[in-house]
Design a protein around this ligand. Sequence first.
Ligand code: AMP
Ligand code: MN
Ligand code: MN
Length: 317
Amino acid sequence: MMRIIDELRDVKSIAISGHVRPDGDCVGSVMGLYLYLKNELPDAVIDAYLEQPADIFGCISHIEDIKSDFNTDRVYDAFVALDTVPDRMGGAAEIYSRARKKINIDHHISNPGHGDVSVVEPERSSTAELLYDLMEPDRVDEEVAKAIYIGIIHDTGVLRYSNTSPRTLQVAAELVKFGFDFSKIIEETFFEKTYLQTQIMGRAILESMRILDDRCIVSVVSRRMMEFYRVTSKDLEGIVNQLQSVRGVHCAIFMHETGTQEYKVSMRSDGEVDVAAVAVKFGGGGHVRAAGCTMNGTYRDNINNLCREIAEQLKDK
Ligand code: AMP
Ligand code: MN
Ligand code: MN
């Protein structure tokens, strides 16, 4: 197995980044690697680029070092892309394209591989879990462990989704040995919601509809609704999972408006529907049970287009 440090030992400048609207795996992986490399390569310039992470990630050491201004002419010796393909890097894509050595580490089945060194392992629960196995375990400290732990927790729904493997649990066990307050981290980064986040979740659930013989559930949040509840995209995390928890539902679709006739689509399934395959058809990607894409058009058209694909998959089931 490749060791991340062997790929970076001789470089003088490194940029690390992930995907737009960074989730827990993305933030945890980027910060885990950032903190690890800061320890290992004290003389190198190491910069982490990401859109401003949600406040819940404030518990990660040095999270304030993240650069959210992507306007730089700097040509880095190496760029490590975590949990993403270049198309989904947003402003960091240009920094990536200029970098001398490109390293891709991901667990998305839809990642075809890119860059000079590519490690894509779809059977991994999270990029964070994979990243841990590319580190020297005895060089991991408590702060690195915490960041990686957050990544794993978020992509596995606290070690409960079927992407959780024996290795995931072993890695989690090795990480909690550092003694950080994992219970507090889970509560504060995963379960706790603000009042307004809870209200908009309630509204989205209340207005959800079951379609395709009740085997699929959909809900949409408009810009107006988001303005009314004073929430942004980051506040909608968890809604699609809640919809997928409805008994009998094989597939949940949650959409929120991100621009004029532009929607970010999140899909979850119980395994009966391959939502990654659906997302890929619309320019997105993900995993069999969790995937997403961005769609243009009215939400009715978008639902119709998605449901055509889902119905096709469900027709013999
Ligand atoms: P989300 O619904 O945004 O929580 O995403 C579910 C899964 O699909 C995550 O693993 C995402 O990284 C992935 N995903 C979401 N949107 C996209 C996209 N536009 N392209 C590729 N993968 C995506
Ligand atoms: Mn992600
Ligand atoms: Mn991930």
